[in-house]
Design a protein around this ligand. Structure first.
Ligand code: ADP
Ligand code: MG
Ligand code: ZN
Length: 477
């Protein structure tokens, strides 16, 4: 039978506030285990939570960025369940009165078709601690540093219908959250994670099928693969006249399949009730307006700026702005060396290729200091170093961030732009390889690159290739 695929995503994103959401402990990814903890965030009896205003503001900011309505009264509720990483045996979350309601984002597929994905809500809650399974000691250790870190949950309506759309949606959300500076969105470190809900229904049917949920996917690739797998699994079941059960499944990326974890609980199983320690709170219009006034430029405006002010092509601007880390890096480099088009070309080719080679993850980190990178670009652009040397240096400083100007001085890597010297080296080669001269004369243009190759070999890439190409032609013709 033919089926429609129905997908809804719950995206969790850690907010980058200074302190945790209900206490004043540091909100920091690094740090020795269990050093950012206090009676509140490890849930000792009698400890009282106090909401972090900054976290509330960031949630409002996220809501405004995706067109949500901001509720005038919001309520924190207890979501009760036991798990070792949740010391209180309940998570402070929001159910009936989240901070943000509705909204949506527009996605675009590879063919440029647009689709609007509606949001159900965005609510603020606390993250749980982290369990670290350790086979050496044959047990599990626990780190409560993450417990109480502010987390927003962005719940979509079931509006997506393919892996491609889900990935486009997640990527768009990440982009927005990065631009408004509420989250680092590092998927590898877990500051952006995603639960995928997926069901099938007979083609054209209006009734939703039973869904399976896969929790805590932390890369675009695993989201896509988990969806593809689930579509196959569920359609096989339905084809055979069996039923899909509502359950939580664990995605195993290494084995490329999902496993049943537990029957899915319903909302009532959590016994949500308003947290008696936290009163319902009013969100004043003035606070919303204040947040609105801090809204930074979003991606589209940045693209416009790059195209109109810096002269980049629309395509280049789009690639560059896809990740805010890249935008920041590029802006910094350009502030040191004002040749945006030149720098952009190098980044979009050589740098991004390198990132892809090196990174399993979707997080973009360029290990070269921007000033150092700007110096490299400057030496290359001005002809002080050749393209070949530039590439070699780039590979090297990617690993150690050594000062590229110093390397050029110490090793004498400056490009040789001296026509007379290049000419006499070429003359030597012509004398040495009469056969290649013959080849060229009998119409084999490739013989020219043979001479350039030899010249580069002898000069360790330091001869100016442009000058050499011009000269060798003149000399042989
Ligand atoms: P829970 O927290 O119990 O998973 P939520 O309502 O918070 O429930 O989130 C449910 C998510 O699942 C939403 O993103 C929603 O769009 C999606 N969803 C709901 N029903 C279906 C369905 N039949 N098929 C696919 N996705 C669904
Ligand atoms: Mg869920
Ligand atoms: Zn604390």
């Amino acid at each position: 039978m033919e089926y429609d695929v129905v997908i809804g995503l719950e995206v969790h994103s850690e907010l980058k506030t200074k302190s945790k959401v209900f206490c004043s402990c540091k909100n920091e990814f690094k740090g020795e285990p269990n050093t950012h903890c206090c009676p509140v965030c490890i849930g000792l009896p009698g400890a009282l939570p106090i909401p972090n205003k900054e976290a509330v503001k960031m949630t409002i900011k996220a809501g405004l960025a995706v067109g949500s309505k901001i509720n005038d009264i919001a309520i924190f509720e207890r979501k009760n369940y036991f798990y070792p990483d949740l010391a209180k045996a309940y998570q402070i979350s929001q159910a009936v009165r989240p901070i943000c309601i509705g909204g949506g984002v527009e996605i675009e597929n590879a063919q440029g078709q647009k689709k609007f994905i509606r949001l159900n809500r965005i609510h603020l809650e606390e993250d749980a601690g982290k369990l670290i399974h350790n086979s050496k000691i044959g047990g599990t250790m626990i780190d409560y540093n993450r417990g109480g870190v502010p987390l927003i949950e962005i719940v979509s309506e079931p509006d997506m219908s393919s892996a491609e759309e889900a990935v486009a949606y997640l990527s768009k959300l990440r982009n927005i959250l990065q631009y408004i500076e509420v989250s680092d969105c590092k998927m590898e470190q877990g500051s952006l994670r995603c639960d995928v809900n997926i069901s099938l229904k007979p083609k054209g049917s209006n009734e939703l099928g039973v869904r399976a949920e896969m929790k805590n996917l932390n890369s675009f690739r695993s989201v896509a693969r988990a969806i593809e797998y689930e579509i196959k699994r569920q359609s096989r079941l339905l084809d055979e006249g069996e039923q899909v059960v509502q359950e939580t499944r664990r995605w195993d990326d290494a084995r490329n399949r999902s496993f049943s974890m537990r029957r899915k609980e319903d909302a009532q199983d959590y016994r949500y009730f308003p947290d008696p320690d936290l009163l319902p709170f009013r969100i004043e219009r003035s606070l919303v307006d204040e947040v609105k006034s801090t809204m930074p430029k979003l991606r589209d405006e940045k693209i416009e700026y790059y195209v109109n002010e810096l002269g980049l092509s629309e395509y280049d601007a789009k690639v560059l702005t896809n990740d805010l880390n890249l935008v920041k890096y590029f802006d910094k480099v350009v502030s040191y060396f004002n040749k945006p088009k030149f720098i952009c070309n190098f980044i979009l080719t050589t740098v991004l290729k390198k990132v892809k080679e090196n990174e399993e993850s979707d997080d973009l980190d360029i290990p070269i200091d921007p000033q150092n990178f700007a110096n490299l670009m400057q030496m290359y652009e001005s002809g002080k170093i050749s393209q070949a040397i530039c590439r070699d240096l780039f590979d090297e400083i990617w690993l150690n961030n050594a000062d590229c100007q110093k390397l050029v001085e110490e090793r004498g890597l400056a490009q040789n732009n001296n026509e007379d010297e290049i000419k006499s080296m070429l003359q030597e080669l012509i004398n040495e390889f009469p056969q290649s001269v013959q080849d060229y004369k009998s119409g084999n243009a490739k013989a020219l690159s043979f001479f350039i190759g030899q010249l580069m070999k002898r000069t360790q890439g330091k001869a100016n290739a442009q000058i050499a190409s011009k000269l060798i032609k003149e000399m042989l013709d």
